[in-house]
Design a protein around this ligand. Structure first.
Ligand code: 5GP
Ligand code: MN
Length: 320
């Protein structure tokens, strides 16, 4: 890819780099950005890695080198070089869409099929399981070493975006990249423990409430539930602690699609969708102002919980 070379030359010559991943960052967004930021810093560059408000790192990812992060307000308003990670469109950057729009050179590193490209150099590979796969290819082009800290970042991204290497996006290249990260010092058990084996105790109560109100729509093969602000308040945990909930819902054998509506306050809902493959939930999310992939997508809905549910249900045809 010529553009890989172009991006590599840009970064090689840049003394300072602003970096941003998408709002509400997940393992791929944070892992990709922090891994690249760590390597750039090892090369003596000044880095400003950040993400738009709310500027809160989920507890599960605090074992990554989060000390590199700067608040979004500290990112230069018009950086000379900026790189974005795992954001399928500029609006997914929240507050940092401003600096991205004003950057002299903007490298967009991503793997969303829906990404039309919004950089001066777009490195978008829909065949990549995670944005981190593209990041590792870029660092190979640069010839810059990946140390154990950076390897842990990229491996976290690969593990989370592939559901621990079990989703259909897992390719030989994904596994080769993961093997290279383990060889470079990433510890699978450390990542597994932080990301999958530890939740705050309050999460158990929220999971009980959400699973307790799960509903099955057998005609549409949809399983869905709602998480309320009250569930979180009662348990004393935050929205960012609840990422694993959708995975607990989606296992219902009678379902092809899972939906979790998370009440976000002010009559806004954050909706997560998952598919087993028959239904393209990515295009449903795009129609409703969000985005994502064929099997994992989401959107934010202005309106009631019932209206959010209806918007999705009305787009699912009953199965014969
Ligand atoms: P989650 O359900 O875990 O929040 O998100 C699943 C995937 O859907 C994410 O990896 C992301 O690609 C996409 N996604 C979730 N929410 C939004 C949204 O509000 N807008 C867009 N464009 N994509 C989203
Ligand atoms: Mn991703």
């Amino acid at each position: 890819m010529d553009r890989l070379n172009e991006a590599a030359e840009l970064l090689r010559n840049a003394p300072e780099v602003a970096l941003s991943c998408h709002v509400g960052p997940d393992g791929d967004a944070l892992g990709s950005m922090l891994g690249v930021a760590w390597v750039l810093r090892n090369q003596g560059k000044t880095v400003w890695p950040s993400f738009g408000e709310p500027f809160v790192v989920p507890d599960a990812y605090r074992f990554l080198p989060v000390e590199l992060l700067v608040a979004p307000a500290e990112v230069p308003e018009a950086p000379s070089v900026m790189v974005t990670f795992d954001a399928g469109s500029a609006d997914r950057l929240g507050l940092l869409a401003g600096p991205a729009g004003k950057a002299e050179h903007l490298v967009v590193i991503d793997h969303h099929v829906s990404n039309q490209g919004f950089g001066t150099i777009d490195l978008i590979d829909p065949a990549a399981a995670a944005t981190a796969e593209v990041c590792v290819a870029l660092l190979a082009e640069l010839g810059w070493p990946i140390d154990p800290v950076a390897a842990t970042c990229f491996q976290t991204a690969l593990v989370t975006d592939t559901g621990r290497f079990q989703y259909s996006n897992t390719t030989p290249k994904t596994l080769e990249t993961a093997a290279a990260m383990v060889a470079a010092g990433a510890r699978p058990e450390t990542i597994g423990r932080h990301v999958y084996e530890e939740v705050p105790f309050g999460y158990l109560g929220v999971a009980a409430a959400v699973l307790g109100r799960a509903r099955l729509d057998p005609d549409r093969r949809l399983v869905w539930s709602v998480m309320t602000v009250d569930d979180l308040d009662t348990a004393g945990i935050g929205m960012d602690d609840t990422d694993p909930l959708i995975d607990a819902l989606r296992v219902a054998r009678e379902s092809d699609v899972a939906m979790l509506i998370k009440e976000a306050g002010d009559s806004r809902q954050k909706v997560s969708l998952r598919s087993r493959g028959r239904v393209d939930v990515g295009s449903i999310a795009v129609e409703l102002g969000g985005g994502g992939h064929h099997n994992a997508a989401g959107f934010t809905f202005d309106g009631s919980i019932e209206a959010a549910a209806d918007a999705v249900i009305s787009r699912l045809a009953p199965v014969e």
